[in-house]
Ligand binder design. Structure first.
Ligand SMILES: *Cc1c(COP(=O)(O)O)cnc(C)c1O
Length: 396
């Protein structure tokens, strides 16, 4: 794959962001992965196995759908990349498929993962069932209570869900538990991280697995419009993996404008938000140097968004760099704007989006495009998991 200035360098940095800030005892695990990942990813046998699973198990390529009624209403050519049609309902499986095959090549027998809302836990439990690997998912005690259906899914898929009782009993604490487990099991265990976050090489590894999204779009858009390159590419950002995947092959095409949409929650300055690019300062989270929402004395602050998948106090180091260099324009969308966009897409196109995804859809009310502009939006996931939130919000 071609390297650009927006890609990670040999030291694991995107500009000033990235690196591997990890406890000494984790070094051998991360180093084993760092030394082997590119060799394995470039191996034709590895690629063959992953591509076959993406096709026959995940259901790729996902369609690039021209949303006609939406396009007419908002005055642009709007295409939706249908990651919601992937097996398990979102893009997350692109990464877990890649990492499980990688783990197998590394000779690992046991998989650990952390999960907040449970979506990454389900995607990990799914591929572990597929490969007959032991799966342990760490999840905050509060999240276990909030996300009962996903806990049940993981159990049905054969995973063991271990509650994290420390701290705020949410994602951050689950991550600490997973890291502790990995330190104790360095030989037989692989840690599947769920977004473009974590110590190098994880952000690059996950971005490469998600880059299939923009790879497919180039081909599909060429067929539909006679050009590989849209005018705009839009995606929501939690940790940043679906955005990294849809931006990937356009990063060095500077005439393709890239837009990332963060969750403003109840308003950027309300104290209840997850708009990291707007509120964050440079700090360390999840073993990487990036933008982090933190108090003046450097304590990571609790993020908030109505969508569990965007409720993260950092962004991946690649996105911090893309923000700082202005290669990507960062917008933010409130809970209310996202919910309205979600119901509008449902009624106009017959597609119920995940509330995370609805944030990306919401920008059409604010941003003006030209009639001939081709705008590709990543429809990162389906809304089935969010039905209860939609029901409560709209009194359905
Ligand atoms: C998890 C999730 C996200 C946010 O994660 P990224 O790593 O930022 O992509 C967005 N959309 C859906 C549907 C998700 O499940």
């Amino acid at each position: 794959m071609q390297k650009t200035s927006y890609q990670v360098n040999e030291k694991g940095y995107y500009g000033e962001f990235g690196g591997a800030f990890i406890p000494e005892m984790l070094y051998p695990n991360v180093e084993e992965l760092r030394q082997n990942y590119l060799k394995i990813l470039n191996d034709p046998d590895f690629q063959k196995e992953v591509n076959q699973l993406l096709k026959n198990y995940v259901g790729r390529p996902t369609p690039l759908y021209f949303a006609k009624r939406f396009s007419d209403k908002y005055g642009a050519k709007i295409y939706l990349k249908r990651e919601d049609l992937c097996h398990t309902g979102a893009h997350k499986i692109n990464n877990t498929i890649g990492q499980i095959v990688l783990a197998k090549r590394l000779g690992k027998k046991r998989i650990i993962a952390e999960t907040g809302a449970g979506q990454h836990g389900v995607a990990t439990a799914t591929v572990c069932a597929l490969m007959g690997m032991k799966c342990i998912v760490y999840m905050g005690d509060i999240d276990i209570k909030r996300q009962a259906p996903n806990v049940a899914r993981m159990k049905m898929l054969g995973a063991t869900v271990i509650p994290a009782h420390s701290g705020s009993k949410t994602l951050k604490d689950a991550t600490n538990e997973a890291i502790r487990d990995w330190i104790s099991n360095p030989i037989n265990t692989h840690y599947i991280i769920g977004s473009v976050v974590g110590p190098h090489p994880y952000p690059d590894l996950v971005a490469r697995f998600q880059s299939v999204i923009s790879k497919e779009i180039k081909q599909q858009l060429l067929e539909a419009e006679g050009t590989e390159n849209p005018d705009y590419v839009v995606a929501c950002v939690g940790g940043g993996s679906n955005a990294a995947g849809i931006f990937y092959h356009y990063l060095d095409r500077l005439n393709v404008k890239l837009i990332a949409v963060e969750a403003a929650g109840k308003g950027i300055h309300s104290g209840k938000s997850a708009a990291t690019s707007q509120l964050g300062k440079i700090g360390i989270i999840h073993g990487s140097k990036t933008l982090v929402m933190q108090s003046p004395d450097g304590q990571i602050t609790e993020p908030y968004s109505i969508s569990a998948g965007l409720d993260y106090p950092g962004i991946g180091p690649m996105h911090a760099h893309l923000f700082q260099t202005k290669r990507v324009q960062f917008l933010s969308v409130t809970d209310d704007q996202a919910m309205l966009a979600g119901i509008e897409l449902s009624k106009m196109e017959g597609i119920i989006p995940a509330i995370e995804t609805a944030h990306a859809i919401a920008i059409f009310k604010e941003q003006k495009f030209k009639k001939d502009d081709i705008v590709v939006v990543n429809l990162s996931g389906r809304g089935d998991k969010d039905l209860n939130t939609y029901i409560k919000y709209f009194n359905l």
